[in-house]
Design a protein around this ligand. Structure first.
Ligand code: SF4
Length: 702
């Protein structure tokens, strides 16, 4: 066999994939990664999943962008085009960095002068570092001069964030994942951590082995169900019915924590009144869970010494996503199951830096550290720091930007490291919107479906090619370190953002990433105490860390909530049905999500040899009895059609899928699940309903 390779050097860093934030070590030989090993970080203690261990060779994939590209004159943008990266020369020509950067900035300035600052928008990335996110939003706010800046958190946890800010004044988790080891009972709802947060799932399973009772609330019979004390396989879209029934049990059986409610909360009377009408007996037919089981789980959650709730996008990606999260917050507040080790609320963050990108201000209504753009004091602070007047109106969110682009109101965009042509709901609409732009600049490592619609493409650096901080789902700020040089003329993202900012007339002079971090910590109280030197020394510090030398706080809300009154607030929720229910024409429910081996839109993992070898083809998961009823065999091609589009994929029999539903991961460009999804929005958080829409299924391809 091949000789064992000996690395020239090892570099300590973190995993580029999910929000668990496992620490790892790169083994490098001749500027190439030859292996990855787990490191003893606070979230992983040496563990890694298949993505962290094997998903790294995308960085040397032959399709990496290595030269700036500009669209050839006269080549139209076609929304329905799926550009084969090997045929890029038909659409683009190579350019020098100076030409590409000049063209990029000149296009934006032309639009800003003619149509005003609000005709421009930027999407940053939850896969970039905190420093990149911070500079990106600073460029949009001070260079474009609007708050039209957002990123994919809008598509994953915007509703959790809205409910948490409203209820307890902070959108970050109250306790780290590892606290499951100290919990007596853990509720996992609308999440499939074995697939999406695999190392977190191992801690949940370890806790179960030590005696923790796991309650899994999920319509799917996911792998974690094997470890559950109770699996509540409720009908899709009936979260509020189930959660209000649990609250009903706790309130009417006197299981609330009176002292906690009196001392730490407000608005309980309204909740008490509200949940009277949601008895388990009344809700059982709706949500499909027996009343006795609901009562048993409600009692166990309320009376255990420490109960913790973790949730994922099965909760958040609904038109009632904010309401779902409001119910979870009410459960914790009513029972005092928050503010102590082993308790609390943990929305499992998806991407490696979705927490940090939000903290850094990649959101249209918030400046860094969740300081509202409508707050004159917050604006004045950043105007002093940045030396530019700021707009006093919040910007548009991801889906709103796409709608505005189609309406001709947004004319120019800057997209760094995101792929809305694959990740947005109803991507046919999103691609039409991107194609309608006068000027699109995309900064990425591959010619993604979004980059294929660009005017200027800027070749960026991959995760192991740069140094920066990343904040995991536990609020822990960790240092990612550069292990490789970018290929060809690809440049560091921080360099690219700064080069563009300078061409927009901004006098930026950062010479090192640590200077950006330093500016951040002086404007963001939550990380004020974290110094670059300390990160280099300790690798990871949990915030809030407001003073230098302070230890950082893995568990928060121990004495008060960061709300104006210091109290947590109950917000009752009514049942709101999905925007598009199955009917005679479209009788199936489509649930979208992810697969263990593939990450989001697949641009990295489908170019990683081992991961792509394990899951090479687009598949639709469907219950074997449903498959039989359709007259299809496993492996046969089936076509899913919604009111917005259709895709064909291989059918895979999977007993975990509820009857009448079909599950598709959104990572397959050749069968993009988001051609089907519904862009209907949660009215509070503007998150689209990616977890539920109606489709029809037929055997055979298109
Ligand atoms: Fe990476 Fe997440 Fe897997 Fe850890 S669990 S190795 S952070 S993908």
């Amino acid at each position: 066999g091949p000789a064992l390779q000996v690395p020239d050097k090892t570099v300590d860093s973190v995993c580029p994939y999910c929000g668990v934030g496992c620490q790892l070590t790169y083994h490098v030989k001749d500027n190439t990664l030859i292996a990855v090993s787990g490191r003893d970080g606070p979230a992983n203690h040496g563990r890694l999943c298949v993505k962290g261990r094997y998903g790294f060779d995308y960085v040397r994939h032959p399709q990496r962008l290595t030269v700036p590209l500009v669209r050839r004159e006269g080549v139209p943008k076609r929304a329905d085009e799926t550009l084969d990266p090997a045929r890029w020369q038909e659409v683009f020509r190579e350019a020098t960095w100076d030409e590409a950067l000049d063209l990029a900035a000149a296009g934006w300035l032309r639009i800003r002068d003619r149509h005003g600052p609000r005709a421009l928008a930027g999407f940053g990335s939850a896969k970039g570092s905190n420093e990149e996110a911070y500079l990106f939003q600073k460029l949009v706010r001070t260079g474009f001069r609007s708050h039209n800046v957002d990123h994919c958190t809008r598509l994953c946890h915007a509703s959790s964030v809205a409910a948490l800010l409203e209820g307890i004044g902070s959108a970050a988790v109250s306790n780290p994942v590892m606290d499951v080891m100290q919990a007596e009972l853990v509720i996992v709802i609308g999440a499939n951590p074995s697939v999406n947060h695999p190392v977190a799932a191992t801690w949940i399973k370890n806790a179960v082995r030590e005696g923790t009772r796991l309650v899994l609330c999920d319509p799917r019979h996911s792998e974690l169900a094997r470890h559950a004390w109770r699996h509540l396989a409720f009908k899709p879209d009936t979260d509020v019915a189930l959660l209000n029934a649990l609250l009903h049990v706790i309130v009417t059986e006197g299981l609330v924590d009176e002292a906690f409610i009196a001392g730490r909360t407000e608005g309980f009377e309204a909740l008490r009144e509200h949940v009277q009408g949601y008895s388990p007996e009344a809700m059982a037919p709706l949500c499909g869970i027996e009343a006795g089981v609901i009562r048993e789980v409600g009692r166990a959650y309320a009376t255990s010494r420490a109960s913790m709730i973790l949730w994922g996008m099965g909760v958040s990606q609904h038109v009632h996503g904010t309401d779902n999260a409001r119910c979870l917050i009410a459960l914790a507040l009513a029972t005092g199951q928050i503010g102590r080790p082993g308790t609390g609320l943990h929305p499992l963050r998806g991407q490696n830096n979705v927490q940090g990108a939000s903290d850094a201000g990649l959101i249209p209504m918030m400046l860094p550290d969740y300081q509202r753009v409508t707050d004159p004091g917050a604006r004045a602070k950043f105007e002093r720091l940045w030396g530019v007047p700021l707009d006093d109106r919040p910007g548009l969110t991801v889906v709103e930007v796409m709608n505005a682009a189609l309406a001709g109101e947004i004319r120019g965009m800057y997209i760094m490291g995101e792929n809305p042509a694959m990740s947005d709901p109803d991507v046919n609409h999103a691609r039409q919107a991107l194609a309608a732009l006068d000027h699109l600049v995309v900064q990425d490592i591959f010619l993604t479906e979004t980059a294929a619609l660009a005017d200027v493409v800027l070749p960026a650096s991959a995760f192991p090619e740069k140094t920066g901080t990343f904040t995991n789902t536990d609020r822990t700020v960790q240092l990612g370190r550069q292990a490789l040089e970018p290929p060809g003329q690809a440049r560091q993202d921080l360099w690219i953002i700064q080069a563009l900012a300078q061409r927009l007339g901004l006098p930026w002079r950062y010479t090192d990433v640590s200077e950006v971090f330093d500016e951040m910590r002086h404007s963001m109280p939550s990380i004020a105490g974290i110094t670059w030197e300390r990160l280099q020394r300790e690798h990871a510090v949990a915030y809030p860390c407001t003073q230098e030398g302070a230890p950082g706080q893995p568990v928060v809300f121990t004495e008060r909530f960061p709300t104006p009154s210091g109290r947590g607030r109950f917000v009752p929720a009514d049942i709101v049905p999905a925007a598009e229910r199955p009917d005679a024409d479209y009788p199936w429910v489509l649930i979208t999500g992810r697969q263990l081996e593939h990450w989001h839109t697949g641009s990295m993992t489908r170019r990683s040899r081992v991961l792509d070898a394990i899951e090479p083809d687009p598949v639709a998961l469907i219950h074997p009895l449903d498959l039989e009823a359709l007259g299809a065999r496993p492996g046969e091609v089936i076509t899913l059609q919604s009111r917005r589009g259709e895709v064909s994929l291989y059918a895979r029999a999977d007993e975990s899928i509820p009857r009448g539903a079909v599950f598709v991961a959104f990572c397959y460009y050749e069968a993009a699940a988001n051609r089907l999804t519904n862009p209907a929005l949660d009215p509070v958080a503007k998150i689209p309903e990616l977890k539920y829409c109606a489709v029809r299924v037929r055997v055979g391809g298109t």
